[in-house]
Design a protein around this ligand. Structure first.
Ligand code: IPE
Ligand code: IPE
Ligand code: MG
Length: 255
């Protein structure tokens, strides 16, 4: 599928979706895995899988909006992904610019607010610029919050938060005795954002790969073998349905 598919076709959406607003997860986080294997299975370069994966993002953002998800956080590039060959890294890091140059106007018209989590400083200028432009342009929107996790690593995030916190304790801004979990959370990239209710990982692996270690403490997990480029609206809705069947006890007992 080319990237130039129409992003929103409301008539089509109205006809093809049946959703319940109750018990929909407010925040869905996704580890979009399996692009490389999708391409390799077709004797295509891994880049083709990453490109196709962008089309899946388009579909899933659309479905998330329709399903009344409030926050969607997608893992696009990890701090460990720098271990890959340079040409693959370059290709992946050009995708945000390509994606936004096509879809930003539609995202704006759909009231989406774009945010990023991760260390933006070490990203190429064209990636940072495209993301920053999108953040600025969508700042006042109050629809779906779409968080791109780019150069994101949870240990890096927690370590940095700790360093900043120690600085603030040392300069008297924060009281060590009064420090609590909520205050600590405020030092993470996800400050002010509710923890994910549902984590989806495509591509068959059952691991977190350094994603949101603090924030996923009580999140419901849903894994699928489907490779990210093959992940569909139907599967996303199925994951939401499975989430609704879960009993979230948070260590307590059901009444
Ligand atoms: C996920 O797909 C995308 C990124 C990590 C950027 P992969 O590229 O990891 O695909 P597989 O896991 O090798 O199939
Ligand atoms: C996780 O996928 C990172 C992203 C989806 C961006 P990886 O493919 O990098 O994870 P591992 O290496 O299999 O754990
Ligand atoms: Mg992978």
């Amino acid at each position: 599928m080319s990237m130039k598919v129409p992003f929103f076709n409301n008539t089509q959406l109205e006809e093809s979706f049946h959703y319940r607003e109750d018990d929909t997860p407010d925040h869905v986080a996704i580890i979009m895995d399996g692009n490389g294997r999708w391409a390799e299975k077709r004797d295509m370069p891994r880049a083709a899988g990453h490109k196709e994966g962008v089309s899946t993002i388009v579909k899933i953002v659309k479905t998330a909006i329709k399903s009344k998800v409030k926050v969607l956080t997608i893992y696009a590039f990890s701090t460990e992904n720098w271990k890959r060959p340079k040409h693959e890294i370059d290709f992946i890091l050009k995708l945000p610019k390509e994606f936004l140059s096509i879809y930003l106007p539609e995202l704006i018209s759909q009231n989406v607010r774009i945010e990023a989590i991760g260390d933006m400083n070490n990203l190429p200028f064209y990636t940072r610029e495209a993301i920053q432009h999108a953040i600025n342009r969508t700042r006042d929107n109050d629809g779906l919050q779409l968080n791109f996790a780019l150069n994101y690593g949870s240990r890096h995030e927690i370590l940095n938060a700790t360093k900043e916190l120690i600085r603030d304790i040392n300069n008297g801004k924060v009281s060590l005795d009064e420090l609590d979990e909520q205050q600590f959370s405020g030092y993470l990239y996800t400050a002010g954002v509710k923890d994910p209710d549902l984590l989806i990982r495509t591509g068959g692996e059952k691991r977190l790969s350094n994603f949101l270690l603090w924030q996923l403490a009580y999140t419901e997990f849903w894994f699928t073998d489907v490779l990210w480029p093959d992940f569909s609206e139907k599967e996303f809705l199925h994951a939401l349905e499975k989430y609704r069947e879960r009993e979230r006890r948070y260590g307590g007992i059901l009444k």
